[in-house]
Ligand binder design. Structure first.
Ligand code: TEU
Length: 537
């Protein structure tokens, strides 16, 4: 397996608008990220992934871009961006940006021109039809919106404010490659590519048999040609790293995106856990890991994440955000840092931040949730019931401000935050975590540091044990002489396993764990709820 810097990296995702507000306008900003670089660096991470900060009307929090070459005023200025990038590099870290090119904002000049007339030279930058088909979009009941100016419908995979670009048009592709070079030439270290497998559409847009299954939006003929062209014309000329966001993908197809021989992407995010596994299901999770490992190992590289700005915080969704909050946070941290693939930490995860339950729909901002709420209430359903149903997976669960301290607004802003702070900030915050040597923060720090001096965490082969056990996840990572045994009780109940049943040989030192009482002398291990332990064997 080729060694590269990015395979060995740990990524920290900064959702800047909720990270730190430097100017009191209630939005986090790039200056705020700059001023917190000490904190980020102290964790030991290698790469920062910055969510979109381009000019945008912000209907979908920056994922609706109006100008790819400028910075939105809420985030700051180009000068601040450059200062931030230089500072990240000075500290030996790297920075990747979001590349959102499946769609633009409807406020983008291209779309304004495209919609102005059927004859417009930019008409074909987007997808126009006289008749819609029956497809849904992610955020709207129809993937088509009628535009009065020309009496036609345009296509959008997300909200009607996010028209999809027409990738069949070579001019569109050249425009995209051009501004990718613009940012790469500034020195950024790569891209996280938003819904990158959606670029190619099914020819002719035939009606779907089951429109509610929106997987017709992705993985369509032509997608690999686009990505190979992008690689050839742009990416291969830089020493950068790419991670594609690839919904609806199975491991057999996943390898087509990230196979090292294919010249497309370096790594991917698949959503078999975060989209399809609403609640924790260890058996299912084990199978997902096995299949991806079988298909990718030796051929392409994977990612590990359990939450992000779209997916509810891991302790609230998969773990326990009350009595076992810290234990479960550490247990899941051990999991993502010891499985094969690059670990991603979403801001606040490293202090065990939790999801929220706002009382009223007005307190929410997420366009996915708000549109769904409107649609369901519009059918005559009870609004309280709809709110309850949508709360658990609302994207705002992970978008509340970073909790820095117990002061007003969690120390996030001196103004009024754009989205309410999680009321538990007095107990859960960075200041508290830094003052407690047993905190989740220091556990993450320890895991990250281990990766730096133990290649087995990166390049080690993966083998599982106790496959039928529905509480314990047991596996080894092995590289040459070095072998680590990871044992995780991912449940709220105690669990037991006897080492002889595993057949892994003799237990050596404990590398890391979240139970200070654990020793390597146990022949039978009685695990605490959410106990994690890693042994040398
Ligand atoms: O998300 C794409 C997307 O909607 C799914 O992959 C995701 O799993 C979904 O949110 C289901 O819960 C990306 C961005 O991450 C998201 O913030 C944007 O809203 C979206 O694209 C459109 O650009």
């Amino acid at each position: 397996m080729n060694k590269t810097w990015w395979k060995e990296a740990v990524v920290y995702q900064v959702y800047w608008r909720s990270f730190y507000d430097s100017n009191g306008d209630g939005y986090g900003d790039l200056e705020g990220v700059y001023s917190k670089l000490d904190y980020i660096q102290s964790l030991g991470v290698d790469v920062i992934w910055l969510n979109p900060c381009y000019e945008s009307p912000d209907v979908d929090n920056g994922y609706d871009i109006a100008d790819y070459r400028s910075v939105m005023p809420k985030a700051g200025t180009m000068a601040t961006f450059e200062k931030l990038l230089a500072a990240v590099h000075n500290r030996g870290m790297k920075l990747i940006m979001d590349l959102v090119v499946n769609h633009t904002s409807n406020q983008h000049a291209w779309f304004q021109e495209s919609r102005s007339s059927i004859e417009s030279p930019k008409r074909d930058y987007y997808i126009w039809r006289k008749q819609p088909n029956n497809w849904r979009s992610y955020f709207a009941p129809s993937a088509w919106t009628y535009d009065e100016t020309t009496g036609e419908y345009y296509f959008h995979s997300f909200s009607d404010e996010q028209p999809d670009l027409n990738w069949e048009n070579e001019k569109v592709r050249e425009e995209v490659y051009d501004f990718m070079r613009f940012w790469l030439d500034k020195g950024i270290d790569g891209f996280r590519m938003d819904v990158i497998n959606l670029l190619a559409k099914i020819p002719g847009f035939p009606d779907a048999e089951r429109p509610e299954d929106i997987s017709y939006l992705g993985n369509n003929p032509g997608i690999h040609e686009y990505l190979q062209e992008m690689h050839d014309k742009v990416l291969k000329h830089y020493d950068v790293f790419t991670v594609g966001e690839i919904p609806f993908v199975n491991p057999e197809d996943g390898v087509l995106y990230v196979g090292e021989e294919r010249g497309e992407l370096n790594t991917l995010f698949h959503f078999e856990v975060c989209d399809y596994m609403a609640h924790w299901d260890l058996q299912r999770f084990k199978k997902i890991q096995d299949r991806w490992y079988e298909c990718l190992w030796g051929k392409g590289w994977n990612s590990q994440f359990l939450n992000n700005h779209d997916h509810t915080r891991v302790v609230s969704r998969f773990g326990n955000d009350t009595v076992y909050r810290e234990q479960s946070a550490k247990c899941f941290a051990t999991l993502i840092h010891t499985l094969p693939g690059m670990p991603y930490i979403y801001q606040g995860e490293e202090i065990g931040m939790t999801g929220i339950r706002f009382d009223s729909i007005d307190e929410y901002n997420d366009i996915a949730m708000k549109n769904k709420y409107k649609e369901e209430v519009g059918k005559g359903r009870d609004s309280e019931a709809v709110l309850k149903e949508l709360q658990h997976l609302s994207r705002d669960n992970s978008r509340t401000p970073m909790q820095w301290n117990a002061g007003s607004q969690a120390g996030f802003t001196e103004g009024q935050s754009w989205i309410n702070v999680n009321p538990n900030y007095k107990e859960i915050n960075v200041e508290q975590a830094l003052a407690d040597e047993n905190s989740v923060f220091y556990y993450y720090k320890q895991l990250i540091a281990l990766r730096k001096s133990n290649e087995v965490m990166v390049y080690g082969e993966f083998e599982t044990y106790l496959d039928q056990h529905d509480q314990i996840y047991a596996y080894t990572r092995t590289l040459g002489e070095e072998s680590w045994l990871v044992l995780l009780n991912i449940s709220e109940q105690p669990a037991t396993c006897s080492i002889s049943d595993l057949g892994v040989g003799k237990l050596g030192d404990i590398v890391i764990g979240n139970n200070p009482e654990r020793t390597n002398q146990d022949a039978v291990i009685d695990f605490l709820p959410y106990e994690a332990v890693v042994y040398r064997v």
